[in-house]
Design a protein around this ligand. Structure first.
Ligand code: BG6
Length: 538
């Protein structure tokens, strides 16, 4: 399959040119299971609205929400409009263009647990498609609780809605994360899904891959000649990947989260995908399988953390009451739909290693948590310091620090001579890339100070930064799987994560062990031993 989606050839934003190759050229029906859920109103519909406004869809098209609640098309459209306005005040939905968009949205009530629900759905889709003049191209989006994924796929197939062998019209299925709860369940899910669909029809989504800066990891590494030669064990001291969230459990989110925990929720997928992108070899081309093969190799080369080594290489935490942004915050166990004695982790820190020629011995420090001081996701590549201590020695021996202090080169001023070069990919917010290094401060003394070269989207490009779901929905509708996960990547990630899950299942360590609004439990500090500098506080 042709796929040059990592770096689109033409600008996004404004009205796309009519012949733009990234448009969805054919009419389609998008069927969303879990249509009354938060993902649909907060992410999927706003993304579809923007894509439509920016002229990425050929008309006609239909979006059919499937949910259990009883409502008609008009009620569903109203609810979506209200949600779109509440979440995106910059894009008022109550205008004439919303009315035109909303005319393509429909609601179908169905209990997707029951086989009897599917023939009426098939009938409704046929009826809508012939009424609107759609050719039968269908994208089914599974945004329900993960437990329903296999039965929805099987029932769709049983109702004749998943033709396996034809690409005209096409049928595809997007499956939300988490894909399984562990390796065994992911394999079982794959088997059931792949009995009904060809691999090319399955789009396993990880929305981090749709983020602009995440795609820029590849562009930065392989589209420039100057950085890639440094990406290896000779020059890199360690890599830190942080996904910090200030939020806790909104609404009834705890019902899902308490069963999942941070390791399944974001480490197995988002963080390991970021690791794969920063560590992978240059792909043979940007075609979907070439990129995914290279990511898969990294994931398979992760050094397994044996269950006995988990206490040394992984730390988990759960937030207790605390302050975030000066506001008092309740502890995780007090959140709605969370067990009062829950041991579920809301924080994970790991020390991973990739056992290949490029990276052997380089720690990859991964950290994710809820209720940390702020929302920030970044990948920081910390380079080794200069091989001779020219400036460090001068600072230490000669007391050259401006402050004339006797700190042993530990204060910020003296330590500048010891400066690490850090390359930071800021995934969110303030998306961009920066490189820090040491420069001589002006003046008569030889004192160095940390400085930065930075790229930010705002100052460099005029185009707006699209949301991850815009990009991924567009790709799924176009049939480009590059930014979706292949089955082997998912399995390799679970293979790495499973022993940690096993160790934690039987571990009764005391939680909560960090206060909301802090950077997680102090035990995480031991994972950075031997690395130059500790955890970053981005
Ligand atoms: C989801 C997780 O995949 O990513 C959530 O299930 C998390 O727990 C969310 O909050 C974070 O996404 P983003 O795009 O806001 O970083």
């Amino acid at each position: 399959m042709e796929a040059s989606s990592v770096i689109p050839a033409e600008p996004v934003g404004g009205a796309a040119p009519v012949a733009s190759p990234v448009r969805v050229a054919e009419p389609f029906t998008l069927v969303i299971f879990g249509a009354t859920g938060d993902l649909t109103s907060s992410k999927l519909l706003p993304a579809l609205l923007r894509l439509w406004r920016e002229n990425y869809f050929a008309e006609p098209f239909a979006i059919v929400g499937v949910g259990r609640r009883d409502k008609n098309d008009a009620q569903f459209r109203n609810e979506l409009r209200e949600a779109a306005e509440a979440r995106d005040p910059g894009q008022p939905a109550a205008d004439e263009s919303w009315a035109r968009f909303a005319a393509s949205i429909f609601y179908h009530r169905a209990d997707f647990n029951r086989a009897e629900s599917y023939p009426p759905l098939a009938y409704r889709l046929h009826a809508l498609e012939s009424q609107i003049g759609l050719g039968g191209n269908r994208l089914f989006y599974l945004a329900t609780e993960p437990d329903y994924f296999p039965q929805i796929v099987e029932q769709l197939a049983a109702a004749g809605l998943l033709p396996r062998d034809s690409d005209t019209p096409w049928t595809r299925v997007v499956i939300e994360k988490p894909f399984g709860k562990d390796l065994a369940s992911a394999r079982a899910l794959d088997q059931r899904v792949l009995r009904c669909l060809r691999e090319e029809q399955v789009f396993r989504i990880d929305h981090y891959l749709g983020k602009e800066t995440v795609q820029n990891l590849l562009a930065f590494r392989f589209g420039n000649g100057i950085f890639e030669p440094l990406f290896n064990r000779r020059y890199v001291d360690h890599v830190q990947i942080t996904m910090a969230e200030a939020d806790g459990m909104a609404g009834r989110r705890g019902a899902y989260y308490d069963q999942a925990g941070a390791l399944r929720d974001v480490v197995q997928n988002h963080l390991l995908q970021l690791l794969a992108l920063v560590a992978m070899e240059p792909p043979a081309s940007l075609a979907a399988d070439d990129v995914r093969v290279e990511k898969g190799k990294v994931l398979r080369n992760l050094v397994p953390i044996r269950t006995a080594d988990v206490p040394r290489q992984a730390v988990r935490g759960q937030y207790g009451p605390g302050l975030v942004g000066g506001r008092p915050i309740r502890g995780y166990r007090e959140e709605e739909a969370v067990a009062a004695d829950s041991a579920t982790e809301t924080f994970v820190a790991l020390r991973a290693e990739v056992d290949n020629w490029r990276w052997a011995g380089v720690p990859f420090l991964l950290r994710a948590g809820k209720r940390l001081p702020r929302r920030v996701t970044e990948v920081a590549v910390e380079f080794k310091r200069a091989p001779t201590g020219l400036f460090t020695a001068a600072v230490r021996g000669g007391g050259l620090c401006d402050r004339g202090c006797d700190c042993g080169a530990t204060c910020e001023c003296c330590n500048a001579g010891n400066q690490m070069n850090t390359l930071v990919f800021r995934i969110q917010p303030d998306e961009g890339i920066s490189l820090s290094f040491a420069a001589k401060r002006p003046g008569m003394r030889l004192v160095l100070g940390p400085v930065e070269m930075a790229f930010g989207y705002a100052g460099s490009f005029d185009e707006p930064v699209p949301e991850a779901y815009e990009r991924l929905l567009l790709d799924a509708l176009r049939g480009d799987p590059t930014l979706f996960l292949r089955s082997d990547e998912v399995a390799a990630a679970w293979t790495f994560v499973d022993p940690i899950l096993a160790a934690w299942r039987d571990d009764s360590s005391a939680v909560p062990n960090y206060a909301a609004g802090t950077w997680g439990p102090a035990e995480a500090d031991r994972l950075v031993s031997g690395c130059r500098a500790g955890w970053r506080e981005p």
